[in-house]
Design a protein around this ligand. Structure first.
Ligand code: SF4
Ligand code: SF4
Length: 308
């Protein structure tokens, strides 16, 4: 179990933080894989690993209860994350169930798929009016770029996962963390497109993301500077809808939290139930600054930096 990190930063009395209301609960997230992962990436913002049991798996019945509770609240879409969701033995059944309620997206490292699971999911999606999306994390278009971050052999394993998805008729979104400040996004994009096409994915979908300076990323690069915060003045004219806390919540085995980024922050736990977690939230954490800068970092759309 990891020790929760001091997400607020070094200031004992943080300055006033802007309050963001929940406009409507459009998206419901599930920390379905807890903090357990078969990998131990050097930039993982919640330091997931094969040994991190800080958050546990969500079972099929817990997800079923939350799905039922989500219907009267008007939830439109469902997202699944971890840790690695496919380490959860209920994961395929959970996605099959979710496709009876709405569109589902699962965030995965793509390294543990079994063809029989993908076959079942292909059938579940075909029988559903809703879509099933896979987001597969790969952090460079070669082993040399990816493996120092995600671990030896992970590039080849994730590419195999992407090929498995394509072979089963899915069009995975490849999510790429911007692991260097001087990274050239255009070169990254072009390099990925070339490699993915060579792997049989003719029209690849890519999402380039900033890293969050939390968890393992603090040691790999750095944590947040004390002035990297969102202030009430910065929110003037800003579209709150770009922040997922404006339209989402996340269910974990320890209650409902404001967003997938802050599950280790005790003040981000809003309640035991969905209905009790619909209040506003103050953007007092440094990580909120990354959301402010990039927006949409948790959605399926691509995330680019805001103009200064
Ligand atoms: S970044 Fe994703 S794949 Fe890597 S350790 Fe964290 S949860 Fe696992
Ligand atoms: S980290 Fe991002 S999504 Fe979470 S509360 Fe802060 S701004 Fe909202």
């Amino acid at each position: 179990m990891t020790t929760p990190l001091p997400l607020l930063g070094d200031s004992a009395t943080p300055p006033a933080a802007p309050i963001v209301p929940l406009a409507h609960l459009d998206d419901l997230w599930f920390q379905v894989g807890g903090t357990l992962c078969n990998l131990e990436c050097k930039h993982c913002f919640i330091s997931c690993s094969p040994h991190n049991h800080s958050f546990g798996f969500l079972g099929l019945e817990s997800v079923r209860s939350a799905l039922e509770a989500s219907v009267p609240l008007g939830v439109k879409e469902y997202y699944f994350t971890g840790g690695e969701p496919f380490l959860n033995r209920d994961m395929v059944a959970i996605l099959e169930l979710t496709l009876q309620y709405g569109p589902a997206t699962v965030l995965t490292n793509g390294t543990v798929f079994k063809d029989e699971w993908l076959e079942r999911l292909r059938k579940a999606e075909a029988a559903s009016p809703y879509s099933l999306e896979f987001r597969v994390s790969i952090d460079g278009f070669s082993s040399e770029e990816n493996d120092p971050i995600r671990g030896p052999g992970t590039f080849e394993r994730a590419m195999k996962g992407a090929r498995q998805l394509v072979a089963h008729g899915f069009l995975p979104i490849i999510t790429v963390a911007r692991t260097r400040d001087d990274q050239d996004d255009a070169a990254l994009f072009d390099g990925f497109v070339k490699v993915l096409k060579a792997n049989g994915y003719p029209r690849p979908r890519l999402k380039i993301l900033p890293t969050l300076r939390l968890g393992a990323e603090i040691e790999r690069q750095r944590g947040y500077a004390s002035d990297e915060r969102v202030t009430p003045e910065m929110m003037a004219g800003f579209d709150e809808g770009l922040l997922i806390c404006n339209h989402s919540r996340i269910v974990t085995d320890r209650g409902v939290f404001v967003c997938p980024i802050l599950i280790e922050a005790p003040d981000a736990r809003l309640g035991a139930t969905l209905e009790g977690s619909l209040g506003p939230y103050a953007l007092r954490h440094h990580a909120c600054y990354t959301c402010y800068q990039y927006g949409t970092i948790c959605s399926n759309a691509s995330a680019g930096p805001r103009e200064a």
